[in-house]
Design a protein. Structure first.
Length: 317
């Protein structure tokens, strides 16, 4: 994957062609302005407030600041899109179950449209990130992709024919809640041994407690240094990330699985470890070898704001 260029000055771009994308996270909000080609021309980050009023104010402030940086008016932006955690009705922009943001039943799309004077489209953050990652691949719409989001939790966004595939009830990609170990820990969803409990940031925190601000990186460093527990936890984590890739390929048969989310900042070391596990499974199974699992994975470049770029594309949808 090649990174999208970041230009500090929009130059010839005008407000009427620029698109805004806002990725509202639990602690920070990432916002971008992109050209129709997808090139990022402005980017900023803000702390995310907690609760409906604070979240709305954060989003409005981000758009206002981007307009200043792009030397245009908010009403001149071609489109505005937002990606946010929780259950999102992408038709109405209503957000529910965004626990980490203190949101339950917020009409985010309506409220932001009213405050900004422009239509605003809303989608789930993982779906938005999937669109951003798909854009980065620079493939035709016939190319299918799954975005495997490894963060505090685990979920996937699936792109078919250039669009997010949501399934009949919007649960397509919720592979984090597929039970893979009947004797595993109980999941908040009410099941036991879900994939998210074994291949996520929360899984690492539970199995390898540390005060390090970057626990996953510290875990991998300790494993490389020979720490027995770190090696065990790392091995279990990597095998279950590989299992997530296998599930996505065997159920949807996507052309590529792109790893993103907070844990993707581990970069090539994570990609190489997962690819090695997949290759070992292929060596033991002619069937898996025929699927080319280990050749189907990629990772989002460090610091590429996939969810924010994807949110800008959501705004166009």
């Amino acid at each position: 994957m090649t990174d999208t260029r970041l230009r500090a000055d929009p130059g010839l771009a005008t407000g009427s062609t620029l698109r805004v994308g806002i990725d509202i996270g639990g602690t920070k909000t990432d916002a971008v302005v992109i050209e129709p080609t997808g090139t990022i021309v402005q980017r900023l980050r803000l702390p995310t407030g907690f609760g409906p009023d604070a979240v709305l104010e954060t989003a409005v402030s981000a758009v206002a600041r981007l307009a200043e940086l792009a030397r245009t008016e908010i009403t001149s932006f071609a489109s505005i899109g937002v990606g946010i955690p929780g259950a999102v009705d992408n038709g109405t922009g209503r957000v529910t179950h965004a626990v980490n943001l203190g949101l339950e039943g917020l009409e985010l799309g309506v409220e932001l449209s009213h405050r900004l004077g422009r239509p605003v489209r809303i989608d789930n953050d993982v779906n938005a990130a999937a669109l951003g990652a798909f854009h980065l691949l620079e493939k035709p719409e016939s190319f299918s992709m799954a975005y495997l989001n490894l963060g505090t939790g685990l979920a996937a966004g699936i792109i078919i024919d250039g669009r997010v595939w949501r399934g009949s009830r919007g649960t397509a990609g919720e592979i984090g809640h597929i039970p893979v170990d009947p004797r595993g820990p109980e999941c908040p969803c009410g099941q036991r041994g879900c994939l998210e409990m074994l291949a996520s940031g929360s899984a690492i925190a539970r199995q390898w407690p540390t005060d390090d601000p970057k626990p996953a990186r510290a875990l991998f460093a300790a494993a490389a240094g020979g720490d027995p527990l770190a090696r065990e936890v790392t091995s279990r984590f990597v095998e279950n990330v590989a299992a997530a890739v296998r599930i996505l390929v065997l159920t949807v048969d996507v052309d590529s699985v792109v790893i993103g989310g907070g844990l993707s900042t581990l970069g090539p070391v994570l990609l190489d470890e997962v690819r090695a596990v997949l290759a070992s499974w292929e060596a033991a199974s002619g069937f898996l070898a025929s699927t080319g699992l280990s050749d189907r994975i990629a990772i989002v470049p460090v610091d590429f704001p996939a969810a924010a770029v994807g949110a800008a594309l959501v705004g166009v949808a």
